[in-house]
Design a protein around this ligand. Structure first.
Ligand code: HEM
Length: 160
């Protein structure tokens, strides 16, 4: 299982790394305003070696961010949306409320992060979906790297 996971991880990393290299070798990349294009533009223009956009560190940062988006968010976001559409299909009056808020706040504009604070109903719908559904039934596994003593000699719990 561990070997399979490593192989999957390496495949994903290589696939994304190759795509970034391909974009880098294409001069039209710098004209593109998508996420990767803008990130690469920042890497090309950053001169400050302490910046997370600088040189090879910048490239590693881009590949790491894309792996996060690809691995951590594809399944989680699509599962959340699938449950949300199911609940909205079963609750048409809530669906109407949500559509009203979207029409009022966004109209036909593309949503921006700043719009989120003006959409409490949409936020409530997402939260309620996560409360009702098993969006992530099995969490990430965690383990301590070394033995840790949590209580001091008086039996107080010390967690830092
Ligand atoms: C509805 C969408 C999402 C759900 C339900 C979700 C759920 C989770 C859960 C349950 C964890 C484990 C937390 C723990 O350590 O116990 C987690 C971790 C993580 N998620 Fe998400 N996630 C979502 C979207 C995203 C997106 C969009 C990204 C990145 C673009 C992302 C990146 C990550 C990363 C990097 C971690 C590991 C954090 C760490 O422990 O270092 N997630 N997520």
């Amino acid at each position: 299982m561990e070997r399979f996971q490593k192989k999957m991880g390496d495949c994903t990393y290589d696939f994304i790394n190759d795509s970034v290299e391909e974009r880098l070798s294409n001069p039209s990349t710098l004209e593109s305003n998508d996420f990767v294009g803008l990130f690469l533009k920042e890497i090309k223009t950053t001169k400050d070696p302490s910046s997370c956009f600088y040189g090879d560190i910048g490239k590693q940062n881009l590949v790491g961010t894309l792996v996060d988006i690809f691995v951590a968010s594809t399944e989680t976001c699509s599962t959340t949306l699938s449950w949300m559409f199911l609940y909205l299909a079963l609750n048409s009056e809530k669906q109407e409320e949500l559509i009203k808020e979207i029409d009022r706040v966004l109209g036909r504009d593309t949503p921006k992060l700043e719009d989120a604070s003006r959409m409490p109903y949409a936020e409530a719908v997402i939260m309620e979906t996560m409360r009702l559904a098993s969006v992530v039934p099995m969490n990430l596994f965690h383990c301590a790297l070394q033995d840790t003593k949590l209580d001091d000699s008086q039996g107080n719990l010390n967690v830092s």
